[in-house]
Design a protein around this ligand. Structure first.
Ligand SMILES: Nc1ncnc2c1ncn2[C@@H]1O[C@H](COP(=O)(O)OP(=O)(O)OP(=O)(O)O)[C@@H](O)[C@H]1O
Length: 254
């Protein structure tokens, strides 16, 4: 992102705060495909008002990705209200949504979404650049080193394993330093050891004051969460601390 555009967006949206609060009120999302309507989310009420490691659990098709897209302002609800930091984004212009998304939310996608023509270092630097952070190259180097890829800086995505690509994607999300981190199955492609490292990294982010929302169908991951939200057929069917209390990542098995 061009520095001038970033400066302009900040100037044109001076009241955008960048905290960690997320509010969804009576959110529904329906997709119309041909003659049929798919209800992906219904009557979803979700409030996250402090930094936490939140796991959203549910089987395939239960609406997890749709929920993440609502929170991240990548999609708009059919009904209801989505607010970030108290600001109702369903009533905001696309320009405001764009500005707030850029400053508040970072994504780790299920399919990595790395730029194939950029090296690992350039992909991560892009994250810092979008957030208009100074010394983006240093941030990128440091970030890749934190995810164990200090020796892969100049590799392109196709020269990396699935797990390595996921770690680059995570480093890119962290490079923005945005307060809300949304991750869609971030350990799905990883072996157990790497998965645990990634979970620890995400937990650290929550401990450092970010809201981290991880979507997964792997119930084991929910044991290390502060809060577990369970989705079934587009509805939240439970919301609270993990059953049996929070475990350490060292106790996980999958
Ligand atoms: N763009 C779309 N158009 C039509 N239907 C959609 C669309 N996106 C999602 N759906 C439907 O909405 C429902 C919820 O999808 P979603 O991707 O949110 O589930 P999920 O829990 O993330 O699944 P998975 O774990 O398999 O990724 C599914 O029935 C899906 O087929």
């Amino acid at each position: 992102m061009d520095q001038d555009i970033a400066t302009h967006l900040r100037a044109s949206s001076p009241d955008l705060s960048t905290g960690t609060r997320v509010d969804l009120d009576d959110v529904a999302k329906r997709y119309v495909v041909g003659d049929s309507t798919v209800t992906a989310l219904t009557e979803v009420n979700l409030h996250v008002d402090e930094a936490a490691f939140v796991v959203v659990l549910g089987p395939s098709g239960s609406g997890k990705t749709t929920l993440l897209n609502m929170i991240g302002l990548l999609d708009t609800p059919t009904d209801g209200r989505v607010a970030l930091n108290g600001r109702d984004m369903t009533r905001s212009s696309r320009r405001e949504q764009f500005a707030l998304r850029r400053r508040s939310v970072s994504f780790i996608f299920q399919t990595f979404n790395l730029f194939p023509g950029l090296t690992a270092l350039e992909n991560v630097q892009f994250g810092a650049d979008v957030a208009a952070r100074p010394a983006a190259a240093d941030i990128a180097r440091d970030g890749l080193s934190r995810v164990g890829l200090a020796d892969r800086l100049h590799h392109f995505p196709h020269q990396l394993s699935g797990g390595e690509q996921q770690r680059v994607a995570i480093a890119r999300a962290l490079a923005t330093d945005n307060p809300i981190l949304l991750a869609d199955e971030p350990t799905g492609e990883l072996d157990f050891r790497t998965g645990v490292q990634i979970l620890e990294l995400l937990q650290e982010q929550a401990e450092a004051g970010k809201t981290v929302l991880v979507v997964t169908h792997n119930r084991e991951l929910s044991r290390v969460a502060d809060r577990v939200i369970e989705l079934s057929s587009g509805r939240i069917v439970s919301d609270g601390p993990p059953v049996g209390g929070k475990s350490r990542t060292a106790d996980l098995r999958w």
